[in-house]
Design a protein around this ligand. Structure first.
Ligand SMILES: [Zn+2]
Length: 184
């Protein structure tokens, strides 16, 4: 495996770990040249699980895409990588045992259920990107349903890192940015 840092092709595996359902193996590797440590995954390629999108088109389920969307919600949060991997494993396992076709909103709902129990800020980030709130009130409702542990102002500052700016939404659906609402 080519070292992502120096490009050397010599590495050694320093740790292997199976996912809970044994459907994937995670390997921790160390570059023999520069000692950089990185992680690789080995998993069964499944071509039979398909995602039905909102526009009714189908596409093959992509575990990496799911994992990336979850990782993004946890950016700069303190949740461990292992927790995130377990979460992805759980979701994938549930999807794979529930049929061959899965609507994208079912995946989104499952992710939200899991995230809610792990990290509220990550939950809200994911929700804001994938749930497409109709308006600001809905978004605020979502914050409130999380209960007293989230203080809107504290959450907002963290909630909208600069990358959310990459998804411009049309006017009324726009979620307030911290520039407008973060401080008074
Ligand atoms: Zn290297």
């Amino acid at each position: 495996m080519r070292c992502p840092k120096c490009g050397s092709r010599d590495d050694k595996v320093i740790d292997s770990r199976q996912s809970r359902d044994s459907s994937s193996i995670r390997r921790r590797r160390e570059c023999l040249k520069c000692k950089y440590r990185f992680t690789t995954y080995e998993e069964i390629e499944r071509s039979d699980l398909r995602v039905v999108k909102r526009d009714r088109t189908h596409e093959p389920f992509d575990r990496r895409k799911l994992a990336a969307s979850i990782a993004k919600a946890f950016e700069k949060r303190s949740t461990s990588l292992l927790t995130l991997e377990d979460t992805v494993d759980e979701i994938v396992h549930e999807l794979e045992t529930s049929g061959r076709e899965v609507p994208s909103y079912v995946i989104g709902t499952k992710v939200l259920e899991k995230l809610r129990g792990i990290d509220e800020v990550a939950y809200l980030r994911y929700a804001s990107v994938y749930q497409q709130f109709q308006d600001v009130d809905q978004f605020v409702d979502a914050i409130h349903t999380l209960g007293r542990r989230v203080k809107p102002n504290a959450a907002q500052r963290e909630l909208f890192p600069s990358e959310t700016a990459q998804r411009p939404a049309p006017g009324p659906r726009n979620i307030p940015t911290s520039k407008n609402h973060g401080r008074v």
